[in-house]
Design a protein around this ligand. Structure first.
Ligand code: TXA
Ligand code: MG
Length: 334
């Protein structure tokens, strides 16, 4: 495994031998861990079915769960999917950035059926993070990349967290430090008569609705026929039990706090992580997954999480916490 560090603010790495090695690895069907602005991705050539199969194998992900294809521009995205007026509006407003748009897949798109899990739609994203865009542009391949974590576990926002989960599967790891947004992209489907929100994420729902000029229908999570299979109820699961909307800390619990003051019982918590002392939702999103990983590593049996407002990025944060807290009948989430 080759690991190297890049400065996200200075693209001189693009001509480095290290980055060329990452591009070559993608062309050769190998797996590369790549930072995006949301979370780290486990990247492979989306047109190479074998490479996509090795993503599923590395993650231990059920094969019905389709992958997002990352591309460098809207023009590239339109080679793979059919963009109607709504999809174009969203792309113009939010790309590059943490929005994934699900559209009808073009029959002549070279993206492997395994990457889209046999669906007639394809999820496309132009990320803000330069490394992922450069990888797509320089390899000439759309890049299939799920979050770089074992299936059902906490998403990775640092290169160390990626390596902890996936060490044996990676040819190259690109380290750009902690990812700035910290929760995955928002997913919007522009296929039927009305756009649907499939997953809340890095772009707040109300900002998307404002651009579309219409509101979303509520999408009900359904474990047997997932529309965005990442909507499987149990997801992002730490080993510890999660207790949400906690007003106090019970003996033996670790604390995931938001804002100050800390709740009663905090003094005897096994460990404390405050997502944002100033109750800032953007800061909290950026810290969420690494804080969960650190609390889980303490071996606490349970993690008490204080309430977090549901506005703006709070919707995505609450969504992830609910899934982390859900009962875990099977190990079958992304
Ligand atoms: O921020 C992100 O979106 C990160 C970074 C790496 O880009 N990626 C990510 O991928 O979160 P993943 O695989 O963990 O989640 C992708 C979600 C899954 O829930 C999957 O079911 C859904 O996208 N998805 C992919 N293709 C779809 C499609 N054609 N229709 C509906 N949902 C789709
Ligand atoms: Mg994921």
């Amino acid at each position: 495994m080759r690991r190297f560090t890049i400065d996200p603010g200075n693209e001189s790495w693009r001509n480095s031998e290290d980055f060329r090695a990452a591009v070559t690895a993608i062309r050769n069907g190998l797996l590369v861990a790549v930072p995006t602005e949301t979370v780290y991705g486990l990247a492979a050539d989306a047109t190479n079915a074998l490479a996509c199969a090795s993503i599923y194998a590395a993650k231990g992900r059920p094969s019905f769960n389709p992958l997002i294809a990352h591309v460098a521009s809207l023009e590239d995205a339109e080679r793979h999917g059919v963009f109607d007026e709504r999809a174009r509006k969203l792309a113009a407003a939010f790309w590059p950035g943490p929005l994934t748009i699900v559209v009808e897949k073009r029959p002549d798109s070279p993206i492997a059926d395994l990457a889209t899990a046999g669906l007639q739609t394809v999820a496309l994203r132009v990320p803000a993070a330069a490394a992922m865009r450069a990888l797509a542009a320089d390899s000439g391949c759309p890049i299939a990349a799920p979050s770089a974590n074992r299936s059902g576990r906490i998403s990775a926002t640092t290169a160390d967290a990626v390596i902890e989960d996936l060490r044996d599967s990676l040819a190259v790891v690109i380290d750009a430090g902690a990812t700035p947004v910290g929760v995955e992209s928002t997913i919007v489907e522009c296929v039927g008569p009305r756009p649907r929100l499939l997953r809340p994420g890095g772009v707040p729902t109300n900002e998307i609705e404002a651009v579309l000029g219409e509101t979303f229908q509520a999408a009900a999570p359904n474990d047997t026929a997932p529309t965005a299979p990442g909507m499987l109820t149990s997801h992002y699961a730490p080993a510890a039990r999660m207790r949400l909307d906690a007003k106090s800390v019970r003996p033996g619990e670790a604390l995931l706090a938001f804002g100050l003051p800390l709740p009663p019982g905090s003094e005897q918590a096994m460990a404390v992580e405050n997502l944002s002392e100033s109750a800032d939702l953007t800061e909290a999103a950026a810290r969420l997954f690494s804080a969960l990983r650190r609390l889980d590593a303490t071996g606490a049996k349970a993690i008490a999480a204080t309430p977090i407002p549901r506005t703006g990025l709070g919707e995505a944060i609450n969504d992830r916490l609910r899934r982390a807290a859900a009962p875990r009948p099977q190990e079958n989430a992304t």
